[in-house]
Design a protein around this ligand. Structure first.
Ligand code: FAD
Length: 536
């Protein structure tokens, strides 16, 4: 991964001309870096904040074919997505895991059993599987307990998949680094440089030391997601992005126990909402609203969105009596969709878009699931600018397969697979680096203490928020962002990152402040009473 003190070598690392420079360290940029490095190209990725800091750590975390694409008649996109899902389930087991979904069938509610079954038959057919099954009400209630019983006729179950999105980015970056790619976080592209009007380089600003670098590249790709218009020359004349926010809640599994994902149509607007088990908690999402705020600060849930999601929970799980005290954390992501001026944000298309504008290739939109295909598309567009190299990417294996972990580590089979999925070829090193007691899980999560140590040591952690919000997801899974475990995290950070007391206190204060502002609930008195909100 990133060797100790790697940042001190930055000027030497960045020296020379590059075949390809990728701006943006989300899943799109990471996927392109991997494919470029495997082709033997000299490839650099720069990320203005932390890897996966943008939308790629704030998605709904589903690796799915996209039932909505099917509804929109986009059969090719659905087929490609289910194929990618299949590959990821095979190659990244433990990081991308099967997730079964349950959808209740109520008298008088849409979509009814037959329409839904038809869609799922197509969906399954494209994946070459048969995961769907209809259950009568009494059996369905065993699979989806606590749901509203009035009018329940039965329900449908079907198979999809889920992941930890930020870890998926890290795993792809890990593979890219192993193939010779370079990835640097906290290094922003401040300006695209042009010769004769054509982009052929970029100016970079190191957010840590303030140093600037001028880099030349044969191909320049902006994989900057919802920030893409900032670097485009044509952003005012050409197609524009419409940033849409989607927000989520995390609740303890014991308060909202779902053995599988429960999806429903929101009573207010008929949009799909789901609750599913994720990393030991229950994740609820999502909303779909115009972001309407600048992109400099991290997106956060608004009071209205909290009420919207709580209203969906109240509607589907009335007997649980869920309230604001049950919410552990919140997070919000911004989706870049191409603005076609539709009144309803949910009607805007979510396919990825590629614009080649005077040497700068912008690739934005799309989804986590199809990152490999998006990367191939980006490289195909850049092919005329790039030298032909000998390195070839394996046809469909995105990830190298790690060997078995030592049996004496005392891990369960599920824990071993989890580590192999997340850390790939480094899983064994992670275990070897663990100190006494660090193979225990951190209460309230599925994370091992050893993961914190490994991430701090080898995964380019710069700030405490990188460690707690993206390398691990403890900031989302533990109350108050994990304030209780901070003394032990401190010992790890001080040993692995060389932080003195002053640095630790500054990092801790910044992290807790960020968590309060962006990952907790808005002030209670601003949240509308969802029980009183109109249902239509
Ligand atoms: C609410 C929500 C739910 C979603 N759920 C799913 C889901 O369940 N499944 C799925 O497959 N997809 C889902 N998606 C879509 C998916 O999350 C996105 O398509 C994907 O994360 C986009 O990745 P990206 O790399 O293009 O963008 P990002 O992850 O946003 O990465 C862009 C990066 O570029 C960086 N950047 C910007 N400007 C600069 C600059 N000047 N210099 C350097 N770096 C810069 C940013 O800091 C950012 O990190 C969801 C999206 C949203 C919003």
């Amino acid at each position: 991964m990133w060797p100790r003190n790697w940042r001190e070598q930055l000027p030497a690392t960045l020296a020379g001309d590059w075949d390809i420079v990728i701006i943006g360290g989300g899943i799109t940029g990471a996927g392109i870096l991997l494919e470029a490095a495997r082709r033997g190209l000299r490839a650099l990725l720069v990320e203005q904040r932390d890897f996966a800091w943008g939308t790629s750590s704030r998605s709904s975390k589903l690796v799915h074919g996209g039932l909505r694409y099917l509804r929109e008649g986009k059969l090719r996109l659905t087929r490609e997505s289910v194929q990618e899902r299949k590959n990821l389930l095979r190659d990244a087991a433990g990081l991308v895991n099967p997730q079964s979904f349950a959808f209740a069938d109520y008298r008088g509610r849409k979509p009814g059993r037959w329409l839904f079954s038809f869609g799922l038959a197509l969906y399954d057919g494209m994946a070459g599987q048969r995961s769907r099954r209809y259950y009568p009400a009494d059996e369905f209630l065993l699979l989806a307990p606590h749901i509203e019983r009035a009018g329940l006729k039965g329900g449908m179950c079907y198979g999809d998949a889920k992941t930890d999105d930020a870890r998926l980015v890290l795993r792809v970056l890990q593979e890219a680094l192993a193939a010779g790619g370079i990835a640097v976080n906290y290094l922003a592209a401040t300006q695209v440089l042009r010769t004769g009007g054509n982009a052929d380089g970029v100016e970079l600003l190191d957010a840590l030391g303030g140093a600037t670098y001028t880099i030349k590249a044969k191909a320049l790709i902006s994989a900057t997601g919802a920030w893409a218009d900032d670097l485009r020359q044509n952003a005012t004349a050409g197609p524009k992005l419409r940033p849409l926010r989607g927000s989520h809640l995390l609740l303890p599994a014991w308060r909202l126990p779902v053995a599988q994902a429960v999806s429903l149509m929101h009573p207010r607007d008929g949009r799909p909402v789901f609750a599913f088990p994720w990393e030991g908690a229950t994740l609820v999402g999502t909303t779909d609203v115009d972001h309407g705020e600048g992109m400099e600060a991290e997106a956060a849930i608004t009071p209205g969105e909290v009420a919207y999601l709580m209203q969906a929970l109240e509607f589907q799980f009335p007997e649980l009596g869920l309230g604001l005290d049950d919410i552990i954390a919140t997070f919000a992501g911004v989706r870049p969709v191409i603005d076609s001026g539709k009144a309803d944000p949910s009607k805007e298309a979510r396919d990825h878009a590629v614009w080649l504008e005077r040497g700068l290739l912008t690739i934005t939109g799309g989804k986590l699931t199809t990152f490999r295909l998006i990367a191939l598309d980006a490289l195909a567009h850049c092919a005329p600018l790039l030298p032909r190299r000998q390195g070839r990417a394996p046809a469909s294996r995105t990830f190298r397969q790690p060997g078995p972990l030592p049996a004496n580590a005392g891990l369960t089979a599920a824990q071993a697979q989890r580590l192999q999925g997340r850390y790939g070829m480094h899983a064994a090193e992670l275990l070897a680096a663990a100190r006494r007691g660090e193979l225990a899980t951190i209460a309230g999560s599925e994370t091992l203490w050893a993961e914190l140590r490994w991430a701090a040591r080898a995964e380019a952690v710069v700030h405490l928020e990188d460690l707690l919000l993206r390398r691990t997801r403890l900031g989302l899974l533990l109350r108050q962002g994990g304030a209780e475990i901070l003394p032990r995290v401190r010992a790890i950070c001080q040993a692995e990152l060389g932080w003195d007391d002053q640095r630790w206190l500054a990092e801790q204060a910044a992290y807790l402040d960020l968590w309060r502002r962006r990952y907790s609930l808005p002030p209670r008195d601003t949240i509308p009473d969802w029980r009183a909100a109109a249902l239509s």
